[in-house]
Design a protein around this ligand. Sequence first.
Ligand code: UDP
Length: 240
Amino acid sequence: MNTTSRYKRVLLKLSGESLMGKQGYGIDTERLNQYAAEIKNALATGVEIAIVIGGGNIFRGLSGATKGFDRVKGDQMGMLATVINSLALCSALEAAGVKAKVLTAVNMYPIGQQYSNDLAKENLGKGAVTILAGGTGCPYFTTDTGAALRAIEIAADVMLKGTRVDGIYTADPEKDPTATKFSRISYDMIYAKGLKVMDLTATTLCKENNMPIVVFDMDTPGNLAKVLAGEPVGTEVYQD
Ligand code: UDP
């Protein structure tokens, strides 16, 4: 087996919003197939890949609540949105010839088997890309927190947060052209500077459990492989 990966097991967090691609809503199949191809290449390095994908392209509980939806029901809708995206990604991976499995946070059989730590590790050990759908299964959390939790549970070496920005900046680079990028930053600096990398629950979970994070631009082809090879793509978050 080819082992050019710096890591043995990773948790890749993909944002639901990125799945919209150029079309601005729902699931863009071009983007989906691009992700599947990136993941296929990454898998060829021998790394085990678990994936958590968000649901922001379909529904977010918080934005539902501002429109009059009950927050808990809105969050449940958001979690179901992550299941839709997970099934789409699983299907795209299988079409690309990659073994993939969806495990769901709550029982939704036969859509997927219910997540358990053992089952996730068993699937990863068999070389299947294991997609962990439905967030934490609880409202008032985000998929970033779900991803942090699962990364810790399955003892991943790193959580790779794939976004459309190529790392962590001093300010939002889409709003402030003078913002500069960090190649590395500590959790404490993130708190001290009030940087919005992930929600604080997710950041704290990673900090308290020594889970390193790499934030990188997933939409640039080849970047995932570069991150796995340890190339300085994106920003690495480390423990002080
Ligand atoms: N969600 C939740 N609990 C979880 C994970 C997600 O309630 O453990 C809901 C929440 O409403 C969230 C939505 O699912 O807004 C979609 O997830 P998220 O906004 O994190 O998706 P992303 O921004 O990554 O696309």
